[in-house]
Design a protein around this ligand. Structure first.
Ligand code: ATP
Length: 292
């Protein structure tokens, strides 16, 4: 096998709680993760010239070791002493720095693809163990589907798939630093009522009750990101008025997702949001649970 094509799926968080800040500065989280059909596309190709070549359609993204795809390739090339080179073509569609784990998903795709292309014989668990060295969300991006993520995000448990629905994503034209959000959360000083009830959400998922699930959704990071960027609250309100069962910020933001029970309602909301001009990027998507 000389080349391989891959899809790197975006994720949303249906629930996101931060339990505490650890002594070492990491945060202990409890998150419900869901992959969606919005994805980046990658092509890996073996090259005679040694080294890692990264090409991408987004001119402002790094193509050196600061790109997570580079780091993922480097990790496996060093461990398995792969002497030949590799070319990575990365077609970005997932909004960057948007709370959708785009970079982590690209890295997971490279790990998975290189394992296939070079016949490295790593199990999914082996890929996930290497993935966490690149980022806390990478193991989940190897797994995909509906999952509970705990620890720093690397302890994963598969959940029943999300009930059928349609998802509208809206990203306002602002960037949010994940680091800024976590630093300003002061996780150890939160009051009990400020924490979303992730266990109650899991119950709703088990019952396949989309109404209950959306009513119970919560993201503790909204406490920091929304006051800093009120447009997020505006978009949420807009989505609810347009017929969403629920609307919430994903990850540390600023992307907001709205959940709809019919495609017609989601489409109508898409057109309303486009006319409203609150969001710079808009995508209609669905949950995507194909596992690797
Ligand atoms: P998360 O949901 O995990 O917080 P995110 O959506 O906030 O992720 P990404 O889009 O993954 O953030 O990337 C944020 C930063 O990482 C950007 O500033 C970008 O320069 C850098 N980066 C490195 N590699 C990539 C990649 N392959 N795709 C996107 N960004 C990348």
């Amino acid at each position: 096998m000389d080349k391989i094509q891959l899809k790197a799926l975006a994720k949303i968080n249906l629930g996101l709680d931060v339990l505490r800040r650890r002594e070492d500065g990491y945060h202990e989280v409890k998150m419900i993760m869901q992959t969606i059909s919005l994805c980046d596309e990658l092509e890996l190709r073996k090259r005679k010239q040694p080294g890692i070549q990264v090409r991408t359609n987004l001119h402002y993204l790094p193509t050196n070791e600061n790109n997570l795809v580079y780091k993922a390739a480097q990790l496996l090339m060093e461990e398995f002493q792969i002497g030949d080179g590799i070319a990575i073509q990365l077609q970005k569609r997932i909004p960057v720095a948007a709370g959708m784990a785009g970079g982590s998903s690209d890295a997971a795709a490279v790990l998975w693809g290189m394992n296939q292309m070079y016949g490295l014989g790593l199990s999914r668990k082996g890929l996930m163990e290497r993935g966490v060295r690149l980022g806390a969300d990478v193991p989940y991006c190897v797994l995909r589907g509906t999952a509970l993520a705990e620890g720093i995000g690397e302890r994963l448990r598969t959940l029943p798939p999300m009930p059928k629905c349609y998802i509208l994503l809206a990203k306002p034209g602002i960037s949010v630093s994940t680091r800024f959000v976590y630093e300003n959360l002061h996780a150890n000083d939160l009051k009990p009522e400020q924490h979303p009830d992730v266990d109650a959400m899991i119950e709703a998922m088990k019952e396949k009750d989309l109404g209950l699930l959306t009513a119970r959704m919560g993201n503790v990071l909204e406490l920091v990101t929304v006051p800093a960027h009120p447009v997020i609250e505006e978009i949420k309100r807009y989505m609810l008025e347009a017929g969403a069962l629920g609307a919430m910020m994903s990850g540390s933001g600023p992307t907001v997702f709205g959940i709809f029970d019919t495609q017609a309602k989601a489409r109508k909301a898409y057109h309303a949001m486009r006319a409203g001009r609150l969001a710079k990027q808009l995508y209609l998507t669905v949950p995507y649970n194909v596992r690797r």
